[in-house]
Design a protein around this ligand. Sequence first.
Ligand code: 3AM
Length: 337
Amino acid sequence: MTEDDILFDEAYELQEVIWRGSCSTIRRCTHRLTAQHFAVKIVDAAKFTAIPSLTLDNLKLEATICHMLKHPHIVELLETYSSEGMVYMVYELMEGADLCIEIVKRATSGFVYSEAVASHYFRQVLEALRYCHDHDIIHRDLRPHNILLANKENSAPVKLAGFGCAKRITDEDVATSGRLGDSFYISPEMALNRPHGKASDVWSAGVLLHILLSGTQPFLGTGESLRYTICSGELHFDAPVWGAISDHAKDLLQQLLCVDQNDRLSVHEALEHRWLKNRDKCASRDHLHLTVEEMRIFNARRKLKSLIVATANSIKWGHPSLDPNCDAFSDIDEDES
Ligand code: 3AM
């Protein structure tokens, strides 16, 4: 995975920490010759392989998959270096935060957040997913944390990141093992440890759409109760927030969160749905005030969870205090994204 024999430090200058995980950090870096900015994910190979079931092959697979994927809505991996037990993956720099954080931030600054905006972003996510699926890659960790705004402008595109759980499949529904993403987003077939494939990403996209429309997660709980809720697939539209949401949007949501994967839409079919294809007519431009307020709570919970995990990580790895350059409220997961 080394980029010729050049060392990362010779080519780039490290800047501040963007995010810190249990065995990796993401930092801003500057190319010494061009002065261009990038984001580098630095993985400590010893800590990575100390996590049960993770080997260097997982890391190599992530790099191989990311190097293959070139799409306007996928964060591009540009170079990979390795030296002295550290792996450096240099990505294009995303200047915005994750989609749900940006939605609340922008609404707070006075911008409208409507079904039309949600449809616009969701379409971009599905286009990234369609590209992956057309190349027989399943992402397996689709969630707001992995959907980043490219820059701070209002017209910035979203890009899909977090390919640490991704897998290449040769036939439909062949993946049975490997790292799976966040349990709130996994499909019924994944929750039951059954073979899963592209349809599982579509389910996770459905969970994402539920959050974009209502600011809330469809399936909550822990352990067995979460598994039960996911497998029942029941959706409840009686909360006040759903009063402002169109039947077109709810129809797409129900067809994505369909328990039987054979009846679930494919990503190609989802992109043909009227709420995405005919946005001007089917997705309203009214501000979704209640959705934004629910999303604010959703984001606050995620940040609290991240802070708890970050503290646990820093104690586990013998860094009792967090790096002062690291935003203590940034999202840090148990798994490495
Ligand atoms: O936890 P927060 O939201 O602060 O935005 C991503 C997230 O930050 C950021 O790293 C964290 C874990 O995914 N991130 C990931 N890829 C990035 C990139 N290419 C990135 N930030 C900038 N550029």
